[in-house]
Design a protein around this ligand. Structure first.
Ligand SMILES: [Zn+2]
Length: 214
């Protein structure tokens, strides 16, 4: 279910590291208020655009696979297009797992980074600076990967809905780390309109269509 996403995320992780490392090379003499803002803005523009491409690729892959699964379960219907508009609608909506809006949160993270850069500069502390960059990169990674999961899940649900699937089965990857909520949902069949929200970050439970005969 998440293979494609995971391989894309691996590459994204490297790109994120490269971006923050580049920022880490800058001298405090370059990072005045105006330049800090300009630099983080162009960096976040690139980060956002990388993610957009990643999400579209992962979503299209997920949609194709889910459509196949639905057809395999005996359903059929008209396919819709996974495009930028589709993605934007998801990113603009309040997200129940993260508890924020994607774009607004990206801007909040950027502004917070600006503040931290200027504070480190004020204290003339490279240590503080590097620590802020490390944290900021991690937080961006968390947002990036969580929305990757969300977009993949949404694309699968979209495909099921398009194919006329009415019921879906929750599948949890049960191992020692699986939380109680996910464990208790494993195998449970839900009406497609009433699938419960995931309860934590990084949840890789997925939904499969219940056969038309069942
Ligand atoms: Zn889970």
């Amino acid at each position: 279910m998440y293979e494609k996403l995971d391989s894309l995320l691996e590459k994204a992780k490297k790109k994120i590291r490269t971006e923050f490392n580049r920022l880490g090379m800058m001298g405090f003499d370059e990072l005045n208020v105006t330049n800090t803002s300009k630099t983080t803005r162009s960096m976040f523009d690139r980060l956002l655009s990388n993610n957009e491409n990643l999400y579209l690729t992962a979503a299209k892959d997920s949609y194709t696979n889910a459509t196949k699964a639905a057809k395999g379960a005996g359903f059929s219907g008209e396919e819709s297009e996974i495009n930028g508009e589709w993605l934007t609608a998801i990113l603009l909506a309040y997200n129940l797992v993260t508890g924020y809006l994607y774009d607004r949160e990206a801007e909040r993270k950027r502004l917070r980074l600006n503040e931290q850069i200027l504070t480190a500069r004020e204290y003339d502390s490279r240590e503080m600076y590097n620590e802020s960059l490390r944290k900021s990169a991690n937080l961006w990674w968390t947002q990036t990967s969580q929305y990757g999961i969300d977009v993949v899940d949404s694309a699968a649900l979209q495909a099921y809905a398009d194919m006329g699937v009415e019921k879906v089965r929750w599948v949890a990857e049960v191992d020692a780390r699986t939380c109680e909520v996910c464990k208790s949902r494993n195998g449970v069949i839900y009406d497609i309109a009433k699938v419960p929200t995931k309860t934590h970050y990084n949840c890789r439970c997925y939904l499969e269509p219940v056969d038309i005969e069942e």
